[in-house]
Each structure stands twice: as C-alpha cells, then as structure tokens.
Design a protein around this ligand. Sequence first.
Ligand code: GLY
Length: 371
Amino acid sequence: MEELWIDKTWNKIEHKLRQVAPRNQEKLPYTSVDGQFDDQSKNNVSWWTNGFWPGMMWLMYTATGDDLYKDTAIKGEERLDKALQNYDGLHHDVGFMWHITSGVHYRLLGDKQAKVRALYTANTLAGRYNLKGQFIRAWNGNGTEGWAIIDCMMNIPLLYWASRETKDERFRFIAESHADTTMENHVRPDGSVKHIIVYDAINGGVLKEKGGQGYGVGSSWSRGQAWALYGFVLSYIHTQKEEYLETAKRIAHYFIANISEDYLPKCDFRSPQEPVIYDSTAGAIAACGLIEIARMVPEYEKHVYLTPAVRMLKAMEEKFCNWDEAEDSILQMGTEKYHSDGGGRHIPIIYGDYFFVEALYKLKGNEQLFW
Ligand code: GLY
C-alpha cells in the first residue's frame, strides 16, 4: 500500500521536474509567483536558500542518472560563486548553500573545483566558532555576535565532512562542541526547542532566549523543531555519539505528539488555535529526519518514526502539493515566520520542495546521504 503511494508520488515528482528543470536552469529560486519561480541569483545571491534548487537537482541526478539534472545542478553551483566574492554576505548558512551543492558534486563525481568551494566554506563556518561561548555565530551585523540559532544543526555536517576529507579533526571538534552547547541550551526537557539563544560573546554563558521565527519566547516553532530533529540525527550519523540520537528521538517524540490529527504541520506548536497557520516545510524537513532515525534504530522501533513520516508526507501530498507541470513549485503552504497578521504565510518555498523530494528519494530506497 505505502509502496504504491511512494512509487506514484515519485513518478509525479519525476514527471513534473522533467518539465520544470529545463525552464529554470538559469535561476536560483526562493519562491514562486503566479506559478513561476523567482530568481535570487542576480540581486540576492548570498541568500541562505540558494543551494536548495541545485541540491534538489543533485537528488534527481542521483536517483535517475539523467544529465539534465546534473547540468542544472552545476549551473546553479556556478551561479553561487558570486556569493563567495562577498565576504560580508557569508553567514553560518554556508552549510545549507554549499554542502548539498559543491559537497555533493565532489562526493559524487570528484570535481576538484567543487571540493575547493566546499572546503573554503567549511573554513568560513569553522571561523564563526566562539571559543568562550562554544557556539557557532549565526548571523552578521553589530549586536548579533552572541546569537546562535537551532537551524545551525543542519549546517555543521559540512564540518564533519571537512574533517574526514582533510583528515584534520579540528572541524569535527567545532561541530561537536556546537552540537553539545545546542543540546544543553536550545533543547528543553520535553523535547521542544528554542529558536534563538543569545550568549555573552565575551565571557560565554546564556544571556537570554528569543522567540525568533516562532510565536514568541517559550513557544515551539515547528520548523525549528524540524531543523533540530534532523540536525541531531545527522550529528549522530557523523559521530556515532549516542546522546545525539537520544536527543533527536526526544525531539521526534515531541514533534509526533504535537502534530495535529490530520498530520498537516502547523507553524508553531504552541500558538493560539486561530488563525490556523501551516508550515509545510516543517513537515517535509521533519519527515526526512524521522526516516533517518528509523534507519538508525532496531527493527521493532522503526515504525515509531516511519509511520508518522509517511502520514505527514501523504497528508501534504494530498492537500498541499501542486502537480500541474505548467507551474514550477511542488509543495505549497510554507510559512517564513509566524505572523498573526499573515505576513510570509502560505507560500511555496524552495526548501519545501527540496525536503519533500529528499523524503521521497529516501523512501524509494536511495541511501546516498546528502548532509
Ligand atoms: N533558517 C531560516 C529558516 O528556517 O527560516
């Protein structure tokens, strides 16, 4: 039954992306407007989501071997080079931008220039480590020296890879140190997570929590939950440290307990019931993390993670996916950040597509890990 649904959905993805890829080869999309992808490559090349389109093309190439996807991925990676020229635009999201583009290109095909890009950006990420506070600084700009955000758990796999590639453990030490600090300060005992922690950037130590993109301080922004869930299982995969898997499982249990009966993810698990604000991206990211946890646990435990992952994906496929091949995006109903007045709400967002495709790619049995 699930196999049938997985095959049908994967076929829909393949059919749609065969049409969408050729007409978007020159773009780095973030959202789509009137059915057409926008393009961040000209005026916003440092934007943190610019790796997801080429990354999704690498997923498709890995799964199908079709050169259309490889060529589109490489074009996207080359467009990103402009971001490497603008030092002030480089932030901790270099992991999102280069690990699933250049990193995958190098790991799949051994491309030398791709390796250079991935190692330069790993050094950039490592350089953001604050020795006193033992965290990786998130963003640039005066006043944010002590800010760390949960999303960074998805950036540090670039560091684990860099250690293996260079046979230099410094990158891994920084990644593990950041993961340990995050485990201590972002993850609450009940498995919910805080989005932003402000540290004392000079002396170390927590100054305060900020609500960030969620409803507010003390709430539970679902995409932050999803970054943490997937990020900690990835740290486990790269290090084999049991506490990271235990943390990923705790966050997963909280996520599963808080998803509504219809399995459509809300933007914040602790916000007023009205207005109803969904965030499909949270569901797609969490599904990827749940599938990886299922791969890591004993046979009798797998269903605890796999069943809700598939239920979420099925619910979103039914209610939130657009399979019209004349329109560019697949997953609709993403939300940038919680706004009770509706800003940034219910739009297609490129990483929604990326993680939805990655989840189906995994369910189809593909084992090449992109992170
Ligand atoms: N990393 C920023 C976000 O998830 O919106």
